[in-house]
Design a protein around this ligand. Structure first.
Ligand code: ZDP
Length: 308
């Protein structure tokens, strides 16, 4: 265990080795989806994550740990699901879903099964419901992300009556009034269309949206520049992880927001700092499909804590 401190105390330093309680080593793999990077853990033989949130914080530390935006656990399936996915953000909080992460999880599971070059579809249980990633022969992963949820109570946000949608609603943050569109992809997103995403001081404004009382579960925040109706440029401040190079659920939420706000198309390329995602919101089935890469970086195992 270690203690988070904002003072000058040396307790800020997370400890390595990374497993607080035992002398066992834990195997992991490091993946990224467009630079949104994750530690993946083969957790198929235990129903609870092998790490505590505090250990996940230590593993994600980019100087004292392995370094990642989050930790993803591949757990046994439930009912008619192949597997269950759980995630801890780099601050130890647990989000409902993770779009880039589930592409990485699908590739990780296929590799564990020795079938990483074949086409395969998994049914994954998440806190946001059933999500189905499909590995394609060209190496990309297409994920049926389910239907977006648009009612204020579902986000959740207090920016409108519980049964109303939040489309270009005013919200004052950092002494400016912004037009907010709110979309849940299982996790909360606050989308703001701006003329130029490069002009946004993300590290300054991001936390003010993340912790705004209008979002009782905090929120992910996406600033979107509509370059063309089918091409969006995005910068994201993630709940629990800060500025990241990409956010899959955020890219899906942005395309849905653009469509309901009437500023862009229901199918679009989303350009993120780490690369592009292709998003299609099928307005008949209501399902959102995301296509993008999932890249293995390395695998390893932690040292036993006797080295501590
Ligand atoms: O909702 C949250 O707390 C997010 N930080 C979860 C991670 C989202 C992610 N970046 C994605 O790609 O959807 C992994």
């Amino acid at each position: 265990m270690f203690i988070i401190s904002t003072g000058r105390s040396r307790t800020l330093r997370p400890t390595i080795p990374l497993s607080a309680s035992t002398t066992m080593t834990i195997a992991f793999a490091k993946y990224h989806g467009l630079g949104n990077d994750f530690i993946l853990i083969d957790n198929r033989h235990a129903s609870e994550p092998l790490l505590t949130p505090a250990e996940a914080i230590a593993w994600c530390d980019r100087h004292f740990g392995i370094g990642a935006d989050g930790v993803i656990f591949a757990l046994p399936g439930q009912a008619d699901h192949d597997y269950t996915m759980r995630i801890f953000n780099s601050d130890g909080s647990e989000p409902e879903m993770c779009g880039n992460g589930i592409r990485c999880l699908a590739r990780f599971l296929a590799t564990l099964a020795g079938r990483d070059t074949t086409e395969v579809t998994y049914r994954i249980h998440t806190l946001a419901g059933t999500i189905t990633p499909q590995l394609r022969a060209d190496g990309q992963v297409t994920v049926n992300m389910g239907a977006p949820r648009l009612l204020a109570a579902e986000i959740p946000t207090t920016l409108a009556a519980p049964e109303a949608k939040v489309i270009q609603q005013p919200l004052t943050v950092a002494e400016q009034t912004w037009a907010i569109t709110a979309v849940s992809m299982g996790n909360p997103h606050c989308i703001i269309f701006v003329p130029d995403v490069e002009q946004i001081p993300l590290a300054e404004f991001g936390p003010q949206f993340e912790h705004h009382p209008a979002f009782p579960q905090r929120t992910n925040t996406e600033f979107i520049q509509v370059v063309r109706p089918d091409y969006l440029r995005m910068r994201v401040w993630e709940r629990g992880a800060g500025a990241t190079l990409a956010c899959g659920t955020g890219a899906c939420a942005a395309v849905v927001a653009g469509a309901i706000a009437g500023v862009s198309a229901a199918a679009a390329t989303v350009e993120l700092p780490g690369g592009n995602l292709e998003i299609v919101w099928d307005e008949t089935s209501q399902q959102v499909y995301m296509t993008g890469p999932a890249t293995p970086v390395f695998s390893g195992k932690t040292f036993p804590s006797s080295h501590n």
